[in-house]
Design a protein around this ligand. Structure first.
Ligand code: GLN
Length: 292
């Protein structure tokens, strides 16, 4: 599918063309997506788009055509623009990282709730984020907790580079160390909080995922093994070996996994504290504690 946007195409015409092309390609919310792409590429907000609707798109014509071509093949808008808002901050997104989901805010909220309820928000907490990807969990927590420090691990060096850039852009890079490893392998000190959004889709389900996920998120950020729970088991093992003092554990979980994940960590001596739902009503994050 082609869309012919030229430098003399006006903003209003481009909006119409984009909406029509996306609609004809079966994209679910064509006018919303057209607006987001136009605003993101031209660097305008919604009011600007209206106020400048008679102006030509100029040298951005090529980028707009390219963006439509990519959206038509179901690439998420965040990947096309290379940015995604998460918990009120703007994060860099590249093909090397899982696209941040709004659902993951449930894990952040659960961790911050527990820390606040215990009066620990200003403490020098030590936090580990396992499989950090774009870094949204550790970077957001360090931005919200001014005296906390952290380690973020990932098996992907390319992902760690993205996380590092996000930590720098959001101003927390001096309080986080990025380590290329599996789980917490090689980490020697205990943590106050371990948080993770690990891969949790079962291998057999990957092929049936939406194209926007299956074709664009890195497989190693999705595939949680035969039953989707392998990485939780590895993390439980890691924590048992490492932890010599009490620790809070917060995990994102798949829509039907909360009970199984709680069981895995209970078997390692943790007790369940609290769960939190996502916007779709699924239990999306669980918190546990190992009390030593
Ligand atoms: N939430 C993602 C999805 O639904 C999966 C992310 C993960 O495996 N941690 O596709």
């Amino acid at each position: 599918m082609r869309v012919d946007i030229r430098p003399d195409t006006t903003i209003a015409e481009a909006l119409t063309l984009l909406t029509r092309t996306l609609g004809e390609a079966g994209i679910e919310a064509p006018s919303r997506d057209a607006r987001f792409l136009l605003q993101g590429i031209l660097g305008l907000d919604g009011a600007d788009v209206l106020a400048r609707s008679d102006r030509p798109v100029g040298e951005d014509a090529g980028r707009l055509s390219e963006a439509v071509r990519r959206r038509v093949s179901h690439e998420p808008i965040s990947r096309i623009l290379g940015r995604r808002a998460f918990y009120g901050r703007d994060f860099i997104v590249t093909p090397d990282v899982l696209d941040p989901r709004p659902d993951t805010e449930a894990a952040v909220e659960l961790a911050l709730d527990l820390i606040e309820a215990r009066g620990l928000s200003d403490e020098a907490l030590s936090i580990a984020d396992i499989g950090t990807g774009s870094g949204i969990l550790i970077v957001t927590l360090l931005a919200e907790l001014p005296n906390a420090r952290g380690i973020a691990t990932d098996i992907s060096k390319a992902a760690l580079d993205v996380a590092r850039r996000n930590a720098e852009a959001i101003g927390v890079a001096d309080r986080v160390e990025f380590v290329a490893t599996t789980g917490l392998d090689g980490c020697t000190r205990p943590f106050d909080l371990v948080i993770s959004n690990p891969p949790y889709i079962s291998t057999g389900e990957i092929g049936g995922l939406e194209r926007s996920v299956r074709d664009f998120d890195p497989l190693e950020a999705l595939d949680g093994g035969a039953d989707g729970l392998s990485v939780y088991r590895e993390i439980a093992q890691n924590i048992v070996e490492l932890q010599r003092s009490s620790v809070l554990l917060v995990f994102e979980v798949g829509a039907t996994q909360a009970d199984d994940v709680v069981k895995i960590f209970s078997n390692s001596g943790a007790h369940f504290l609290k769960a939190r739902r996502d916007l779709g009503g699924h239990t999306r994050a669980v918190a546990l504690e190992i009390h030593l």
